[in-house]
Write a protein that binds this ligand. Structure first.
Ligand SMILES: [Zn+2]
Length: 358
C-alpha cells in the first residue's frame, strides 16, 4: 500500500500535445520515481506530466542561493549589458537580495518585484513595489504597464511554473522594445554529475537548447549564456541567459572611426586594400576620414576603395605626420616594422585595426 501513497497525492495530467519549450509535437515519455515526464527528442526539454501539489504560500524562497558570491556572480552577468536609470521588474524576487546587489552597482529609475511567498515582506523594504499576483493578471488589470520595463529578471522561478511559455510571453509584453531579459534556471538536472533532478516542485527541466528555443519562439534572441553557475550544492550547474529582441542589422560608419586612438585625426592612411575593406571598413569606418589607401600589391594600386585612391607605399613620402591604420590582422607586426623602418620620419601615429576592435 505504501507504494500507492504518492499516486493518491499526485495530479495526473494529460500527455502534452507538444513540447512546452520548442513546440515539437508528440514528446516521448519517461517515468522517474513513479511520476511521468516528457522527453523532447528535438530540444531535450523535459516536463512533468504527473505533478504533486506544492505549497508556495508556506515556502520561504531563497535560502541557500543567497550567498554574496552567487549574488555577485548574477549581478556581474547582467550589469555589463545594462545602462544606468533602468526600470526593472523581477518575477519571483524572493527577499529582494538580487535587487539589492544590482542597486549597489547601478542606478535604477524603479525596481518592482513579484513574489507570492512571505519573503515579499523583506523584498518590499528593498524595492519600490512588490506585487503578489501573477504577471499575466497584473498586465491584464493594467497594474503593470505593457512595455514599461528596460530589464525583466527571473531567477530559479521558470522551472516551477505550469506553462512557462505563458510567463515568457507576459515578460516579453512587459519589456520595452530594446529591453533585456535575465533568466536563471537549473541546467538540466542542475548538477553536472546527476543525470536527472526529482525536485517535486520543479515541473520543467530546461537545458541550453530548450530555454533558448523557448525564448526564440517569443521573439527573443539569447545574447549571452553561461552554464555551471552555482546556486547551491544541489544546483551547482545553473543556466543563466540574457535575451532581447534582435537588433536591426544596421551599419554604423562611426563605430571604428570614433575610437580614441583616432581622435583628432582627419586624414587617415589605410595600409592594406584587401578583403577587410569591404567586410569591415565599409560598414564601420567613416570614409570621409580616409586620405588614401596604400598596398604593396601592384594589381590593387591605381584602384579606388570607398571613394579613396589606392597607392604604392611610397605615397607616404609625399607628406608628414601621417596617421596610418594597419588594415590587417595577420600581417600587423611586419607591416608595423616596415612602416617604422621605411617611413618612420613621415608617420606620426600607427594604429592597428585590432586596437580599434578592442
Ligand atoms: Zn522541445
Amino acid at each position: 500500500m505504501r507504494g500507492l501513497a504518492p499516486a493518491t497525492r499526485k495530479r495526473m495530467h494529460e500527455l502534452p500535445l507538444s513540447c512546452a519549450a520548442c513546440g515539437f509535437p508528440v514528446p516521448e515519455v519517461v517515468v522517474i520515481g513513479g511520476l511521468r515526464r516528457t522527453a523532447c527528442p528535438s530540444c531535450h526539454h523535459s516536463q512533468r506530466i504527473d505533478v504533486e501539489p506544492f505549497d508556495y504560500q508556506g515556502f520561504a524562497m531563497g535560502g541557500p542561493g543567497r550567498t554574496p558570491e552567487r549574488l555577485s556572480a548574477q549581478a556581474g552577468f547582467v550589469t555589463p549589458h545594462l545602462a544606468d536609470g533602468a526600470r526593472a521588474l523581477e518575477i519571483g524576487c524572493a527577499a529582494g537580495d538580487l535587487a539589492q546587489e544590482l542597486r549597489r552597482r547601478k542606478t535604477f529609475a524603479l525596481y518592482h518585484g513579484v513574489e507570492f511567498s512571505p519573503a515579499r515582506d523583506m523584498a518590499a523594504t528593498r524595492m519600490d513595489r512588490v506585487f503578489t499576483r501573477p504577471l499575466q493578471d497584473l498586465l491584464a488589470s493594467g497594474e503593470i504597464e505593457a512595455g514599461g520595463y528596460d530589464l525583466v529578471l527571473s531567477s530559479h522561478c521558470l522551472e516551477h511554473l505550469s506553462v512557462p511559455s505563458d510567463v515568457v510571453a507576459a515578460m516579453a509584453q512587459a519589456m520595452t522594445p530594446d529591453a533585456l531579459l535575465f533568466l536563471e534556471t537549473p541546467n538540466r538536472s542542475g548538477h553536472a554529475r546527476l543525470p536527472f533532478d526529482d525536485n517535486r516542485s520543479h515541473i520543467h527541466f530546461f537545458g541550453v537548447s530548450s530555454l533558448t528555443r523557448l525564448l526564440a519562439r517569443h521573439g527573443l534572441e539569447t545574447i549571452a549564456a553561461e552554464t555551471g553557475a552555482r546556486h547551491d550544492a544541489r544546483y551547482s550547474d545553473s543556466l543563466r541567459v540574457l535575451a532581447r529582441r534582435p537588433a536591426p542589422l544596421r551599419a554604423d560608419p562611426t563605430l571604428l572611426s570614433s575610437h580614441p586612438r583616432l581622435a583628432g585625426v582627419d586624414r587617415i592612411v589605410v595600409w592594406g586594400a584587401g578583403r577587410m575593406v569591404e567586410e569591415m571598413l565599409a560598414y564601420y569606418l567613416d570614409p570621409a576620414r580616409i586620405a588614401f589607401f596604400v598596398d604593396k600589391d601592384a594589381a590593387k594600386q591605381g584602384g579606388v576603395r570607398l571613394g579613396a585612391p589606392v597607392r604604392a607605399p611610397e605615397a607616404l613620402e609625399a607628406g608628414a605626420d601621417w596617421t596610418v591604420l594597419i588594415n590587417s590582422l595577420e600581417f600587423e607586426a611586419p607591416i608595423r616594422a616596415e612602416i617604422e623602418t621605411r617611413f618612420g620620419g613621415r608617420v606620426d601615429r600607427i594604429v592597428a585595426i585590432a586596437e580599434l576592435l578592442e
